[in-house]
Design a protein around this ligand. Structure first.
Ligand code: GRF
Length: 194
């Protein structure tokens, strides 16, 4: 069984799509939703699906044992970052090689790195005058947005697009592709162990 922990700091619309997509999957389950924000809407959403939640602070994230001990109960073997705003510590990347994925709302390596999240990204895209943007799903290493790219999808940036309309178009791509890409990665893992 592949057991996923989803890390999210905010609304959790991607987390919700992933949970819905994997409901009833025989070999993959979302076992835990982790947030660094006790008021994050993603937590109530997870509870509505009877998924366990864990609220952590920066010290607990940095602690080499705290999260790993919580994970061992399930055990968790895959991590999905779906709008998680903190940097994943090195110890966690080391424990989950090629088993942590993130979604970034732009076509990396452009418009990535520290501070490039949410509307900051779409404002930068608009100001740059590029003709297209999109999403990047990538493995996570210890630097922001620098792991190997797994999947990208693009959409046009039209002259009358605003950062808000760009965000809407990009979020649609995220909702269309993130869950399916995660399932594809985990199905491959499952096939490789059969
Ligand atoms: C998405 O835009 C994603 O690209 C970024 O964080 C946002 C998460 O949105 N990593 P939501 O919380 O899933 O609605």
């Amino acid at each position: 069984m592949e057991r996923i922990a989803i890390f999210a700091s905010g609304t959790g619309s991607n987390a919700k799509k992933i949970i819905e997509h994997l409901q009833g999957h025989p070999d993959i389950e979302v076992s835990l939703v982790v947030s660094n924000n006790k008021n994050a809407k993603v937590l109530d959403m997870a509870r509505s699906f009877n998924i366990q939640t864990l609220v952590i602070d920066k010290a607990q994230l940095k602690d080499n044992n705290y999260i790993l001990e919580k994970f061992s109960i399930f055990p968790i073997n895959f991590i999905v970052l779906a709008g998680f705003l903190l940097l994943v510590p090195r110890y966690l990347v080391g424990k989950f090689p090629k088993s942590i994925v993130n979604i970034h709302p732009a076509l990396l390596p452009q418009f990535g790195g520290k501070g490039m999240y949410g509307m900051n990204v779409h404002k930068a895209v608009k100001e740059s005058g590029v003709k297209e943007t999109g999403i990047t799903i990538h493995y996570v290493n210890e630097k922001y947005d620098e792991g190997s790219i797994i999947f990208q999808a693009s959409c046009p940036v039209l002259p009358d697009d605003t950062p808000e309309s760009i965000a809407k178009n990009v979020l649609k791509l995220e909702h269309e592709h993130f869950a399916k890409t995660i399932e594809r990665i985990l199905n491959k893992n499952l096939d490789s162990v059969k």
